[in-house]
Design a protein around this ligand. Structure first.
Ligand SMILES: Cc1cc2nc3c(=O)[nH]c(=O)nc-3n(C[C@H](O)[C@H](O)[C@H](O)COP(=O)(O)OP(=O)(O)OC[C@H]3O[C@@H](n4cnc5c(N)ncnc54)[C@H](O)[C@@H]3O)c2cc1C
Length: 429
């Protein structure tokens, strides 16, 4: 099978330019045998590999490009609680699973913090995430978030900021209020991903880069096939997300790749950085199609947004994103944009993760719909449980119903694009 993205180096992002380590794991050649083989070296794959390696299983992780090459090494770095679809799962399964779902919601934040500490991963992890209203009517959404935490006696710090406080904290009158949760936060995602891969490798996991998987041969011990070798395993986990193309008979038209774009300014003077984000929190608006931004460790503004299904990339990401940034921050007009990049988000029609099996012992997990930094860490644990025989949480996800668009994937993309147009119009009203 022909794989679209393969044997590439990292995109020209701020993250790739400031990475702690340029990984150079060998390509897969010859015959290998392992307990679990994982396809895809983003957070889902790496997180599953690390969870399994910690439990003493032998693991082979096979990546078409470099560890963290996909969305995991390019994203906004916003560490946000929750997983897409938990609300729908609560409705389907009822009160009996309420505690399990609540644990899933926050588990990703814990896993990331635990691993950063345990493996001394240098990835600029910081506390604090603000959801901001860009319209007066959206303040009610923030109040609802605040009340929900109050009712739950949420044990971590959280605050509701009115318009005045929000203007003061962000140095702009663009926002109408903020709900800030200090259990969420932000991170250099590529350094986190590579650090976790290094930890898994240290525990014995084999990692192969520049090794696109071209097929899966099903059987008692499925075989993961690359151009120059293969891995036989008791179980396989497919973790290609928006870049995945394997097993099309089972997985096509379930997840729709949409591009999101990020620009990074030059490092801002300390007083400007202070003025625009006094508490150094990650920020995201509460629109349906969100803009998100934060300061990097070296005080650049990383400003991201958009959700483009058309497959036609803008000629210049900078020209596309800079006006959005300046709408919120006109005072940044004179600062250079030094990096621009894009990545693919895996969107699911009903915004619920698609999790399941394509055969008895070939598992998949994909479709975070743009909200995957924490969620992929939770799912790494869920997938590690599943392949080692504990299916309770996996089955909750696998039991969710999904819709496929008919015909080829590009038709589905146009249908989804129409849906997004509706949401964009709704945001504008
Ligand atoms: C621009 C952008 C901004 C985002 N911002 C945020 C954010 O701020 N917060 C948040 O929570 N989420 C965010 N997300 C979403 C989040 O990054 C993803 O949900 C998450 O990283 C998905 O991880 P993954 O491992 O499943 O997929 P990926 O990181 O995309 O990894 C998949 C990997 O599989 C590999 N692969 C695919 N096919 C094969 C094959 N055949 N053989 C071998 N390897 C293969 C690919 O090369 C790739 O490296 C953002 C996404 C993008 C694109």
């Amino acid at each position: 099978m022909k794989i679209e993205h393969q044997k590439q180096e990292h995109t020209g992002s701020y993250y790739a330019a400031t990475v702690n380590e340029l990984t150079d794991y060998p390509a897969l050649e010859g015959e290998h045998s392992t307990d679990v083989c994982i396809v895809g070296g983003g957070f889902t794959g790496v997180s599953t590999a690390l969870a399994l390696a910690e439990r003493g299983y032998s693991v082979a992780l096979v990546e078409a490009n470099r560890i963290g090459w996909g969305a995991s090494g390019r994203n906004g770095g916003q560490v946000i609680n929750g997983l897409r679809g938990l609300d729908k799962m609560a409705k389907k399964y009822g009160d009996g699973v309420a505690d399990t779902l609540e644990n899933l919601r926050w588990r990703g934040n814990d896993i990331i913090r635990e691993r950063v500490e345990k493996y001394s991963i240098d990835c600029d992890l910081k506390d604090g995430f603000a959801e901001v209203a860009v319209k007066p009517r959206q303040f009610g959404i923030l109040e609802a978030y605040f009340e929900e935490r109050e009712r739950a006696n949420f044990p971590h710090r959280y605050e509701l900021w009115d318009r005045n406080k929000t203007c003061e904290m962000f140095g702009t009158d663009y926002y109408y209020g903020a709900f800030v949760c200090y259990r969420d936060g932000h991170v250099h995602p590529l350094n986190l991903c590579i650090g976790e891969a290094r930890a898994a490798h240290g525990l014995g996991a084999s990692i192969f880069e520049q090794s696109p998987v071209i097929g899966i041969n099903h059987g008692k011990r499925p075989r993961v096939v690359t151009e120059h070798g293969h891995v036989d395993a008791d179980s396989v986990v497919l973790a290609g997300n928006a870049y995945g193309q394997l097993e099309p008979q089972h997985l096509s038209n379930l997840v729709f790749p949409a591009s999101s774009y990020i620009i990074a300014t030059e490092p801002l003077p300390e007083e400007v950085a202070q003025e625009i984000n006094r508490d150094d929190v990650a920020v995201c608006d509460v629109n349906e199609v969100v803009d998100y931004w934060r300061l990097s460790a070296d005080k650049r503004l990383l400003y991201g947004g958009a959700c483009n299904y058309s497959g036609r990339e803008p000629k210049s990401i900078k020209s596309y994103m800079r006006p959005r940034m300046l709408a919120a921050y006109p005072l940044l007009r004179d600062f250079r944009i030094e990096f621009e990049w894009s990545g693919k988000i895996g969107i699911v029609l009903n915004r619920t993760l698609t999790v399941g099996r394509t055969g008895d012992n070939v598992y998949y997990c994909q479709g975070y719909s743009g909200h995957g930094v924490c969620a992929s860490h939770v799912m790494g644990e869920v997938m590690a449980d599943a392949v080692t025989g504990t299916l309770e949480r996996f089955d909750l996800f696998a039991g969710m119903k999904h819709y496929r668009t008919p015909g080829p994937q590009w038709i589905g993309n146009q249908i989804v694009a129409l849906g997004m147009l509706f949401y964009r119009l709704k945001d504008k009203l």
